[in-house]
Design a binder for this molecule. Structure first.
Ligand code: S3P
Length: 424
């Protein structure tokens, strides 16, 4: 149980830990490259540690010195059969991306994780991988983990993905490394493009045109030095807190602002948020800046269409911002919220209602009528790290104290979250 007390202001600076998506990929791509990959500012969250453990179980030597990681890659065909089930913990990214790699190996493997993972949809990767010739069974027949993957020689395909999901896109592209010809994926709307940027830096022949990414098989990948930029999905909690807690000024340092991830900044601008972008630079091929956030009087907005994949993980905390804004905020086209670590349409609605918010859930989003003062309540995280952090932010501005049940689950993506928040 974590207790959060309302604050009359927040001041100071916070340096954001490494990006979760880029940290996962650095381990995976480093493992299947030749030579050493050195990763600095790696995110030491439980999800990324699950990815490390999976590759260690397949014979990859990975050394860890705090947030610096050294991966002794063994090339595209250097993984060995794991002696035990690969434990993906709570991590959807690990499960879906690693499946693409495992589908093309010359061994069999089993993937499993916690109760949340065992209820998240995996047919979205089983379908395209099976078209490529993969042999995957889901043990419980419900389209979820545990998954048994018998590695096969794969065929290159073109896949029209029904969902805008970087996990699906990345899974298919990674399987494409082991195919007999070109593999391409078209998504309905562009999702985060870290796989395309990073695989290219490792030496893959990969190209992107609009919402289609294409990859050639059997490249020689070479180890890289990667400095992981700060995770905008973690910065989001400090952005929201700086905007809604009165009399606040917060400098958020080292935030990755890749345009496929920066939707929260565009929404904050549209809501009247005062955010200055400072010290803009490029780190390991990714745009990065510092953000100076000041308390702002926010107003409602509509969030729909192409922006959704660029802020999908930030929607819970954007919903909290909306509850503190004047007027109505409508979120549409975000049915993906239902298949995250929790059903985030339900878990956001439940907790906002508990705090006295005015919210109506919908099939693909929610409508939040802001401007009501929220009051303290018992928060149910449902073991979802983003729900715990979003409602920690709401608690800071609710005029009392809130308890967050299982609030320790922030460990998944931001182990130092409460410590960093306390420093403000
Ligand atoms: C991720 C992609 C997103 C995001 C997840 C990380 C990634 O999932 O929600 O936290 O690293 O590729 P989807 O691809 O399923 O939208």
């Amino acid at each position: 149980m974590i207790e959060i007390h309302a604050k009359s202001s927040l001041h100071g600076e916070v340096t954001i830990p490494g990006d979760k998506s880029i940290s996962h990929r650095s381990i995976m791509f480093g493992s299947i490259s030749d030579g050493m990959t050195e990763v600095t500012h790696f995110l030491e969250g439980a999800d990324c540690l699950s990815t490390i453990a999976c590759f260690q179980n397949m014979g990859i030597a990975i050394e860890r010195d705090h947030d610096t990681i050294r991966i002794h890659g063994k090339g595209l065909h250097g993984l060995t059969a794991p002696a035990q089930t690969l434990d993906v913990g709570n991590s959807g990214t690990t499960t879906r991306l690693i499946s693409g790699i495992l589908a093309g190996q010359d061994f069999s493997s089993v993937l499993d994780g916690d109760a949340s993972i065992e209820s998240r949809p995996m047919n979205r990767i089983i379908t395209p991988l099976t078209r490529m010739g993969a042999d995957i069974t889901n043990e419980n027949g419900n389209g979820c983990a545990p998954l048994t993957i018998h590695g096969k020689k794969l065929k290159g395909i073109h896949y029209d993905s029904p969902v805008a999901s970087a996990q699906v896109k990345s899974c298919v592209l990674l399987a494409g490394l082991y195919a007999d010809g070109e593999t391409s994926v078209t998504e309905p709307v562009l999702s985060r493009n870290h796989t395309e940027l990073m695989l290219s830096a490792f030496g893959a022949d990969i190209s992107s045109h609009g919402t289609t990414a294409s990859i050639q098989p059997e490249p020689v990948l070479s180890g890289q030095k990667i400095e992981v930029p700060g995770d905008i999905s973690s910065a989001a909690y400090f952005i929201a807190a700086g905007l809604i807690v009165p009399n606040s000024e917060v400098l958020i340092k080292n935030v990755g602002i890749n345009p496929t991830r920066d939707g929260i900044l565009r929404v904050a601008d549209a809501m009247g948020g005062n955010i200055e972008r400072l010290n803009c630079r490029t780190v390991s091929g990714e745009p990065v800046c510092d953000l100076l956030v000041r308390t702002s009087s926010l107003h409602g907005t509509t969030i729909e269409g192409e922006i959704i994949p660029t802020l999908i993980d930030e929607l819970p905390v954007i919903a909290v911002m909306a509850a503190f804004a004047d007027g109505t905020t409508t979120i549409r086209d975000a049915a993906e919220l239902k298949v995250k670590e929790s059903n985030r349409i339900d878990t956001v609605t439940e907790n906002l209602l508990a705090m006295g918010g005015d919210v109506t859930p919908a099939e693909d989003g929610m409508i939040i009528r802001g401007g009501r003062a929220l009051h303290p309540a018992q928060i149910h995280s449902h073991l979802d790290h983003r729900i715990a952090m979003s409602f920690a932010v709401a608690a800071l501005a609710c005029g009392g104290s809130c308890e967050i049940e299982d609030g320790e689950c922030v460990n998944i993506s931001y182990p130092e979250f409460y410590h960093d928040l306390n420093r403000l």
